[in-house]
Each structure stands twice: as structure tokens, then as C-alpha cells.
Design a binder for this molecule. Structure first.
Ligand code: HAM
Length: 413
């Protein structure tokens, strides 16, 4: 047995766990200001939930899914993202539109682990289903921006946005791009050559330096927008300006999942090396209908919790305990009762049951106790306790009956 996590997995301990929970809580709180309701789906689904939605040319479908047969022979996949599962839930539960759903939890992709990229990672995910209006796009992007402000990382993250236009635009643009890239077919990287067959738009995503030179002169999608698409996109950009949300239009932004149309966007940082996308999303008007639901325009995005964790400053306020130091057998037994009472009154209590008094007092200061309660037979007889403020060193004897009041007073002295 190897005593280490599987590759690409991460344990969360102590402060990291608090930071993780903090991000989820803030996301839940802020999204509720925008009318999002909580929705949790299981961490695995039947494989078709993903294969039918994410697109044959996406890396996720091609090489990143954790897929296996369960004992009944059904093909199961650990969710590589949450949108497809939310769409499955939306159709299955016949939810009424418009609806805004917030989810959070793990996702799994078999990728090469690196800074900001794990095989199990966690997302905060937001989906707004049922509205085809640029205002929905603006609202969703402003929620993302609001979260960045709340996490105090809005200064090191910038918004890049693009429109993929309507389905006609995408069909036309695909044709034009294919003939452009075909001219350079032999000079393209192997990945891009494959993409040329499956989805030439994805070549625009290439990180290969030689590909980038070819991409530089590639036709731009904006030249193929219909009037409606252009209008839709312009209204979004105007809305962002009205809300003081800075953005850059990046005509080469296409995103790695095939379900998008019209708006796509990423909030990017330079602080995380190659894995710079903190939040990413877009419009997916045809996804619900493509898997058997009614036509339901929709837009959403997801943020990687681990990436946000790398960026934010968050320190847990240290909680200091009250330490009980009983002297003698009976006092030891009473310590259990007293600790129980104090904990049920909301105090953080530890007990130092055994050993020489001096050593136990040393332990209390090692754990940074705020106060120590010392009691032996004498105190048991008189129903009192000796209380020591560990910051001032002051000691006094108090009545057991007034312990809660006295603890608070002692901590103030
Ligand atoms: P995505 O771009 O694949 O989009 O992932 C969204 C975010 O998840 C990324 O920007 C990143 O922060 C985080 N992320 C992705 N992969 C990893 C990884 N291997 N390790 C750590 N973090 C990662 C989606 O998942 C879409 N479902 C977003 C969406 C929602 N579109 C519409 N609605």
C-alpha cells in the first residue's frame, strides 16, 4: 500500500478546508442575491449525459473522462463538469423557467496535473435557464464580477469575451476556417491537424507557437455574424460598460466545450501560469433541446475553487480554548460534566486530565488557551473553581453556579 494520494488528487487540511468552505459559502450567498437556488447533482451520471452534450471534439470526451462499468454493466462517468448534469436534472425534474441554479462540488478530469490543474477539482457553478435576452448574459457576468470583488481578487483577474454568433454563423465560419487551415495543414501541430477534421474552431485555442503564427491571420468570426447576433453581442458589451465591468473582446476565444453559441467568456489571471481561467462560461441555447428537452436558451459559468484558493488571502481567526485542569480522581470525573456544559454553551473546551500540574499548565499555554479552570477536592467541596486568565496571569476563585458569566468577565480582565 502506498501512503499517498492518487496522482492529481489533493487532501484539504485545517486552514485550507476553512478557505475552501468560505469560497462555497460566499458563492452561495452572493448568488442568492441574484435569485439563484441551490441544486446538487450526484458526482456520477450515466455516461451518455456527458457524451451527448460536451461534443465529440472536446478534450473531455476524447481523453479526460473517468468512465467505468458498474456491477450491473452500466457505463458510468464521474462528472467532468456540472452543466450537463444540471441540464439532465432540469429535464428530468421538469423545472419551470426561468430558473437560476447554483451548485458546488467535485469534478473529475484525467488531465496532466500541474499548478491550478488537478484530476479532482471543485467548481462553483451557476446556470440561468430559460431567458434569451442580453440582460441575462450581463447579469450572469456581473455575478462573476461581484464574486471577484467579494474575494478581493478583481484587480488581478480580467474578463475576455467573445461571441460565437448563431448556429448559421458557426456553420459558415467553420467552413471558412477549414479552408483557411487546410492551406497550412502540414505545418499545423498534430493536435490541430486532428481538430481540423473534428472541430476547426478549437484550433484557435492552440498553445503551440507555430500554430499561433498561422492562427494570427485566420479569418475572424466577427466578419460572419448575422445582424441579430451582432446586435445581441453589442447590447451585452454596452451593458457591461454601463455596469463598469471592464472587458476585452477576444475574437479567438472559442472555449473547449461544443455546446456554446453566442456569448463565451473567461475571467483570466496571469498569476496561475498556464492555467489562468478562474471563471469560464457562456451561452448554450441549444443544449437542452439537443438532449430531448424543450428549446431552452441558457447561460452559465463555473469557477474552479482551487484556482480561487490560490488567489485569495484568507486567514482563519484563531479560536482559543478554555482548558480544564482537574486535580484528583473526582475532579477528573467532574471535568467531563463541566466540559459538556461549557461546550453546550458554545465554548471551545479542552481537558488536560493527567500529569504534573506544572506540565499541564504548560500544555495549556502551548495550545494558546484563553483561560484555565483548575479544581480539586477543595473546589469540589465549596462548589467553586479557580480561573486563570492566561494573558494577564490573574487568578480568582469563582462560584460554579456563575461559571458562564465569570468566564466572560475573566476573559475581559
Ligand atoms: P470549464 O472551462 O471546463 O467550463 O471549467 C470551468 C472552470 O473550472 C475553469 O475556469 C477552472 O477554473 C476550473 N477547472 C477546470 N478544469 C480544472 C482542473 N483540471 N483543475 C482545476 N480547476 C479546473 C465548464 O466546466 C463549464 N461547465 C462552465 C459552464 C457553466 N458553462 C456554462 N455553464
Amino acid at each position: 500500500m502506498t501512503n499517498q494520494t492518487a496522482r492529481g488528487m489533493k487532501d484539504l487540511l485545517f486552514d485550507e478546508w476553512y478557505k475552501f468552505k468560505y469560497i462555497q459559502q460566499i458563492a452561495n450567498k452572493i448568488s442568492s442575491f441574484y435569485g439563484f437556488l441551490p441544486a446538487q447533482t450526484p458526482i456520477f451520471e450515466y455516461t451518455e449525459v456527458f457524451t451527448k452534450t460536451l461534443g465529440d471534439s472536446s478534450d473531455i470526451i476524447n481523453k479526460e473522462m473517468y468512465t467505468f462499468n458498474d456491477k450491473g454493466g452500466k457505463s458510468i462517468t464521474l462528472r467532468p463538469e456540472l452543466t450537463a448534469a444540471i441540464v439532465r436534472l432540469f429535464i428530468e425534474k421538469k423545472l419551470q423557467t426561468p430558473i437560476k441554479l447554483f451548485s458546488t462540488g467535485p469534478a473529475f478530469r484525467y488531465e496532466r496535473p500541474q499548478k491550478g490543474r488537478q484530476r479532482q477539482f471543485h467548481q462553483i457553478n451557476f446556470e440561468f435557464l430559460g431567458v434569451k435576452d442580453p440582460k441575462a448574459d450581463i447579469e450572469v457576468i456581473s455575478l462573476a464580477q461581484h464574486l471577484l470583488t467579494e474575494f478581493n481578487i478583481d484587480k488581478n483577474v480580467r474578463l475576455e469575451i467573445n461571441s460565437l454568433g448563431s448556429s448559421e454563423t458557426m456553420v459558415k465560419y467553420r467552413e471558412v476556417l477549414t479552408s483557411y487551415f487546410k492551406k497550412f495543414q502540414n505545418d499545423l501541430s498534430e493536435i490541430s491537424q486532428n481538430r481540423l477534421i473534428k472541430n476547426p474552431l478549437r484550433i484557435l485555442d492552440s498553445k503551440d507557437e507555430k500554430d499561433k503564427l498561422i492562427i494570427f491571420d485566420a479569418p475572424k468570426i466577427s466578419d460572419y455574424y448575422t445582424k441579430e447576433s451582432l446586435d445581441f453581442f453589442e447590447q451585452i458589451l454596452n451593458g457591461l460598460t454601463a455596469l463598469d465591468i471592464p472587458y476585452t473582446v477576444n475574437n479567438k476565444l472559442v472555449r473547449g466545450l461544443d455546446y456554446y453559441c453566442h456569448t463565451v467568456f473567461e475571467f483570466i489571471t496571469e498569476s496561475l501560469g498556464a492555467q489562468g481561467a478562474v471563471f469560464a462560461g457562456g451561452r448554450y441555447d441549444n443544449l437542452v433541446s439537443s438532449v430531448g428537452g424543450k428549446y431552452t436558451p441558457a447561460i452559465g459559468f463555473a469557477g474552479g475553487i482551487e484556482r480561487i484558493m490560490e488567489l485569495i488571502n484568507y486567514s482563519v481567526k484563531e479560536r482559543r480554548p478554555i482548558c480544564l485542569v482537574p486535580i484528583g480522581k473526582e475532579a477528573g470525573e467532574y471535568a467531563l460534566i463541566l466540559a459538556n456544559k461549557l461546550r453546550r454553551n458554545g465554548l471551545y473546551v479542552i481537558c488536560e486530565y493527567n500529569g504534573v500540574l506544572k506540565k499541564r499548565m504548560k500544555k495549556a499555554s502551548q495550545v494558546n488557551a484563553k483561560a484555565v479552570l483548575i479544581f480539586g477536592n477543595e473546589e469540589l467541596g465549596s462548589k467553586t473553581l479557580k480561573i486563570k486568565n492566561m494573558d494577564t496571569g490573574e487568578e480568582k476563585v469563582i462560584a460554579r453556579a456563575s461559571i458562564m458569566k465569570n468566564i466572560h468577565q475573566t476573559l475581559l480582565m
